[in-house]
Design a protein around this ligand. Structure first.
Ligand SMILES: NC(=O)c1ccc[n+]([C@@H]2O[C@H](COP(=O)([O-])OP(=O)(O)OC[C@H]3O[C@@H](n4cnc5c(N)ncnc54)[C@H](O)[C@@H]3O)[C@@H](O)[C@H]2O)c1
Length: 383
């Protein structure tokens, strides 16, 4: 089978997301399966060109995975004869400059979210990419997870009737770093380094709500720094300057109310780290990352409020599981494959930098809402 090689400059691959989800579970996994069939008899073979700040870490990583191309110079990586795509999973503040450089070098762009730290910059990047005529995409991984795919299946099949509301619960306890090491990098808790719950998670909530339920029309957010002092990777105590929790209310088109709590200072009493309950006139569903359970109108119990009696029914046992009915690949890999096909065959691709900018817009308006204590309209965006 003819093999077409495509070089992907990968920046930030020494980080959590860049390494595990993008390099190992996506690009190397595509190589492990023999490449990506393009549907015309050709197979696409992604060739990573690693770029980062530490030569030692890059060399070690390349050796570990049998990769040959790595450099600490972005310009050198972009000038590599195989390089066609630039991918960014760096810390958020480092992203904008690198994306601008890559667009100017004529590379197709694929990037982690948030695509920039401000809406203005996010829109400018989307315009630059459009004007340069390069393909562009932003990671929207949750849309490709089994639980949310099954939820979308229910929406598309008309299961809910009229959707009334969504309640989302996201979070887990992130250790403070003193007596047990924190399981997330410390920059996440410093606003000056691009951290904060709203900037991290509202971009996700934007595409989940827009893409599965209905477009977001307004936001009200209350934020908190619940843990004001943490200990970093080097054992140094630092002051948390970024929100570690955000309590958001979103109005969606069609009068749907969505309420999503996001917190790194909550202990999990759920089946999954994120869960969304959707209630509609005909039925309800609860979706997590992997599973989705539903209850039809006809199977809805009729509880009567009586605090003098113990609960009369096993409410959680009354839901049914949505069957898989298909095989689900890793969500990051699934989106990578769509983007690679888009670049090489021109197949349609929806999740571009303009869609990424919508996530930054919701984060920016969410932070402003929290500062000013008022609900903010979310205007339509265009380039
Ligand atoms: N899609 C998702 O579900 C998801 C989940 C977590 C993080 N992210 C996004 O991925 C990006 C990386 O997050 P992460 O959790 O992998 O972070 P991380 O700290 O583990 O990795 C950061 C990477 O950026 C590099 N880097 C470049 N300049 C740097 C600088 N000045 N200081 C520190 N590191 C620098 C690091 O070397 C490293 O490779 C962020 O933009 C974040 O919003 C996305």
């Amino acid at each position: 089978m003819p093999r077409r090689v495509i070089g992907i400059v990968m920046n930030g691959v020494t980080g959590r997301m860049g390494y595990r989800q993008h390099l190992v579970r996506s690009i190397l996994a595509i190589r492990d399966q023999g490449g990506l069939p393009l549907g015309d008899g050709d197979t696409l073979w992604p060739e990573p060109i690693l770029v980062g700040r530490s030569a030692d870490k890059l060399k070690d990583l390349a050796d570990r995975h049998g990769l040959t191309h790595w450099t600490t110079s972005l310009d050198e990586a972009l000038a590599h004869p195989l390089a066609e795509i630039y991918f960014d999973a760096q810390v958020t503040p480092a992203r904008e400059t690198a994306l601008r450089t890559a667009i100017a070098a004529g590379k197709h762009i694929y990037t982690e979210k948030p695509t920039a730290e401000s809406l203005e910059a996010a829109l400018d990047l989307a315009r630059l990419a459009r004007d340069a005529g390069v393909c562009n995409g932003a990671v929207q991984d949750k849309l490709f997870l089994p639980g949310l795919r099954k939820l979308k299946r229910l929406v598309d099949g008309g299961f809910f009737g009229r959707i009334l509301s969504v309640r989302g619960e996201f979070g887990y306890w992130v250790f403070e770093g003193d007596w047990q090491q924190a399981q997330r990098p410390s920059w996440n808790y410093r606003a000056e380094d691009g951290g904060g719950m709203v900037l991290d998670m509202f971009p996700h909530w934007r595409y989940v709500l827009d893409g599965i339920i209905a477009p977001v029309r307004s936001v009200y957010a209350h934020t908190a720094i619940h843990i004001p002092e943490r200990t970093d990777e080097r054992g140094q105590v630092y002051r948390a300057t970024a929100d570690d929790a955000a309590y958001g209310v979103f109005e969606l088109e069609g009068g749907i109310t969505a309420q999503i709590n996001s917190s790194w200072a909550v202990r999990v009493d759920r089946d999954e780290l994120v869960e969304f309950q959707v209630d509609g006139t005909e039925g309800s569903a609860v979706a997590g990352l992997r599973e989705c359970r539903f209850q039809h109108r006809a199977a809805t119990p009729k509880p009567v409020w009586n605090p003098d009696l113990p609960a009369t029914e096993p409410f959680r046992a009354q839901w049914q599981r949505v069957p898989d009915n298909e095989e689900f690949d890793n969500g990051f890999k699934a989106q990578w494959e769509l983007f690679l096909r888009h670049v090489t065959t021109g197949s349609p691709y929806h999740w571009d930098l303009l869609e990424g900018a919508k996530g930054v817009q919701l984060a920016e308006l969410g932070l402003r809402s929290a500062r000013e204590g008022r609900r903010m309209d979310v205007p339509e965006l265009s380039l």
